[in-house]
Design a protein around this ligand. Structure first.
Ligand code: NAD
Length: 297
């Protein structure tokens, strides 16, 4: 059996198109475009790339992009003052503070200072709470993107056995919550789980969010399982190459011999994250303007 390759890149492109249309319709009724503010503190090269591509994607989706680049020495008070200003700015519907922040800044209190109604990353405790009790709020982009791929592939998830590997606040925990809301039977596995391979073998749905290159092999998977690989890991470069290959947490080729469907890395979950961020921003714009959320997003 060869698994179906779940094309996250194509799915994300279509989602971005729908978001762009919803943003255009919003601008017509509200008289302004939806706006996303992204705050970058310091000069971490990976964060600079992410922030740059978020800005471009925002503009491409017919939205206003506000990028704030602050020096690495920025104080907690100055960063809080900027977030406060963005909270009060009616042109800003979504606020994203790029993580990780430099060590001297307190990430939790910065996230807590973002208005929950503009928290398009879904990291605020109010939004984590809303997700946990089934109220509408904002759900972190990566797990929501995984969920879209899963429901697109499988339809109704009721009663399916799902194993989420990883329990981070930004991926594993919200992913498990979403699967539970969709009536799957959910297990959260992590670094202390005993017989991880045996636990994963039970799963109709495997979501791997660990950060360990190709940890999950053929023998861990049940025949026909749907595998969502969130991991992004760079292998050491081969001789003569500058950069190593990007791989997921799942050994793609061998897992494809057993799985029913699987996301590749790159081109699977990765492209969904920005697309869902744009989706959350256009939804925030509607809510903040007292309009109904756009259909089909
Ligand atoms: P994290 O480091 O916060 O969490 C990793 C989790 O894996 C922890 O809960 C830990 O308990 C678990 N873990 C560690 N070693 C394990 C082991 N040997 N067996 C079982 N579980 C183990 O990471 P994160 O932020 O949740 O990200 C996980 C991966 O997903 C990383 O590779 C990250 O780069 C990637 N990621 C991708 C996207 C995307 O857009 N595709 C977004 C976020 C994270």
């Amino acid at each position: 059996m060869t698994a179906i390759r779940i094309d996250g890149k194509a799915f994300a492109a279509k989602l971005r198109e729908r978001v762009g249309e919803a943003a255009m319709a919003f601008a017509q009724s509200a008289g302004r475009k939806p706006g996303l503010a992204v705050v970058l503190v310091g000069d971490d090269p990976a964060s600079q790339v992410y922030v740059g591509s978020k800005g471009k994607a925002t503009v491409a989706a017919n939205m206003e992009s506000f990028t704030h680049r602050l020096g690495a020495e920025t104080s907690q008070a100055d960063l809080l003052a900027l977030v406060d200003q963005l909270n009060r700015d009616d042109a800003v519907d979504g606020i994203l503070v790029q993580l990780p922040l430099p060590d001297h800044l307190d990430e939790q209190s910065i996230i807590a200072s973002i208005s929950p109604d503009k928290d398009v990353d879904g990291f605020h405790v109010i939004n984590a709470g809303r997700l946990s009790v089934g109220q509408s709020g904002f759900v972190p982009c990566t797990p929501l993107g995984c969920m879209m791929l899963l429901t697109d592939r499988l339809g109704d998830l009721s009663g399916l056995e799902a194993v989420v590997i990883g329990r981070s606040n930004i991926v594993g925990k919200p992913m498990a919550q979403l699967l539970l809301d969709a009536n799957a039977t959910v297990t959260i596995a992590h670094s202390r789980t005993k017989d991880l391979a045996g636990v994963v073998k039970r799963a109709d749905i495997v979501v791997a969010a660990v950060g360990r290159p190709e940890m999950i092999g053929r023998d861990w998977l049940k025949n026909g399982a749907t595998v969502i690989d969130v991991g992004i890991n760079r292998l050491p470069p081969e001789p003569g190459k500058e950069k190593g290959k990007l791989v997921g947490d799942v050994a793609f080729d061998e897992a494809s011999e057993v799985a029913g469907a699987i996301t590749p890395v790159p081109g699977g979950v990765g492209p969904m994250t920005i697309a869902v961020l744009l989706r959350n921003t256009v939804v925030a714009a509607h809510r903040n303007a007292g309009l109904d959320a756009p259909a089909g997003l």
